[in-house]
Design a protein around this ligand. Structure first.
Ligand SMILES: Nc1ncnc2c1ncn2[C@@H]1O[C@H](COP(=O)(O)OP(=O)(O)OP(=O)(O)O)[C@@H](O)[C@H]1O
Ligand SMILES: CC(=O)N[C@H]1[C@@H]2OC[C@@H](O2)[C@@H](O)[C@@H]1O[C@H](C)C(=O)O
Length: 367
């Protein structure tokens, strides 16, 4: 039976996320009743070693088999190591690691065993957040939008704003905080915008042996190749009406579009493609938001931020300008969603994943 909203208890919830960039595990405490953000707590980060990252990378795009099992072990032990360092936790929201995402085909796969984690930590763990939404016809992603709605209210936004997450993949949430509930029609529109850092990271790794283009240093020396950009934007994904989502490697072939370019021009062009995907996505919003608040690692890239400022019709700033932590926002989101799952409340709705009705995903495992 669903509880009435007034009965929800404030909890200290620990959220954990291992994102598509495969850099490490982010974990953050959020005090919440699943409706409001009450306070932000401690946060921690556990990077993957180069060897661990290779094990995870080898499993990307796979659904079963030895690579997936090896990746699951790396993922599980890294989480156990990090999450055991937190104290006084009531509940854990455990996203795991997406290995494969094909919502209209084989489904979505996040590795990680929440039941085993609950035994070790001695508290309930909410996990497998995306499957129920996909099974009911939704995209299964993005799921942070319900948290974005709570954040928009927390920062006192009076009209529509947007949150833009620039991780491996980009995702945008348009929020109208004047609606009372995130599930109200018009309160949320969310979708993946296209590849963000993943192709640029892959280029940097293949050509220069670097994990990423730190501070956009390589792209800053180059120019965007317009022909490649046009070919990229001709992909049917950009014209598709949202909600819509992507797998990390859905645009892996775009690196071919820059194969003839020198390093600076190739990096600048891939950076430009990320910004252009966001600009194309913005066209789907009902009106330009008053602000775009950027979270995720891409906000540290000044070349990318500059390109966004030029191509969007509204101001673009890192979420830190309103006192939020852009490195931990996704981990906090899964803490927030865990609190909602425990109450039996929705974590996605037609505006966020395209699912036909409001869905409360997530499995609860108790110690
Ligand atoms: N100083 C910097 N300069 C340029 N790029 C940066 C910088 N810091 C981080 N990044 C980029 O941000 C990426 C990490 O972003 P983030 O941690 O948000 O990804 P993620 O959470 O794994 O991804 P997702 O949200 O898609 O699951 C790095 O791989 C890198 O490409
Ligand atoms: C299937 C999956 O794991 N998708 C991730 C990925 O990383 C960014 C983007 O693609 C977003 O759709 C989602 O993560 C965020 C945190 C979300 O669900 O809101």
């Amino acid at each position: 039976m669903k509880k009435a909203r007034g009965q929800a208890m404030p909890m200290r919830v620990l959220g954990a996320m291992s994102g598509t960039s495969l850099d490490g595990v982010d974990a953050a405490v959020l005090e919440t009743d699943g409706q409001q953000v009450l306070a932000f707590g401690e946060a921690g980060y556990r990077p993957y070693s180069a060897a661990e990252r290779e094990v995870l990378r080898a499993a990307l795009g796979k659904w079963t088999g030895p690579e997936v099992e090896a990746a699951a072990q790396v993922l599980q032990s890294a989480h156990m190591e990090l999450l055991q360092t937190f104290e006084r936790i009531d509940l854990v929201g455990f996203h795991g690691q997406t290995l494969a995402h094909d919502p209209r085909g084989r489904g979505t796969l996040q590795i990680g065993d929440g039941a085993a984690l609950a035994q070790v930590l001695g508290v309930p763990v909410v996990w497998d957040f995306r499957s129920a939404d996909v099974e009911l016809g939704g995209e299964g992603a993005p799921l942070a939008p319900f948290y974005h709605f709570a954040l928009a209210r927390h920062i006192g936004a009076q009209g529509p704003i947007a949150f833009l997450n620039l991780g491996g993949v980009g995702n945008l949430t348009y929020v109208d905080p004047r609606r009372p509930e995130p599930t109200d029609p018009g309160a949320l529109l969310a979708f993946d915008t296209g590849p963000a850092n993943a192709p640029l990271n892959d280029l940097m790794s293949a050509r220069l042996g670097q994990d990423f283009d730190k501070d956009g240093a390589v792209a800053a020396r180059g120019e965007v190749e317009q022909g490649a950009l046009e070919l990229f934007l001709a992909e049917p994904f950009f014209a598709r009406i949202p909600p819509k989502s992507l797998d990390r490697n859905d645009f892996a072939e775009m690196i071919e579009l820059v194969s003839e370019l020198d390093d600076p021009d190739a990096a600048a062009t891939l950076t430009g493609m990320c910004a252009a995907g966001v600009a194309a996505g913005m066209e789907h919003c009902p009106e330009p938001p008053a602000q775009v608040y950027v979270t995720g690692g891409g906000r540290h890239n000044p070349v990318l931020m500059q390109m966004l400022e030029v191509s969007l019709d509204c101001p673009v700033t890192p979420v830190e300008t309103v006192g939020l932590d852009g490195d931990m926002l996704e981990a906090q989101a899964f803490a927030f969603l865990a609190a909602r799952v425990l109450q039996g409340w929705a974590t996605s709705c037609p505006g966020t994943t395209g699912v036909s009705a409001n869905v409360g995903g997530g499995v609860v495992s108790r110690p």
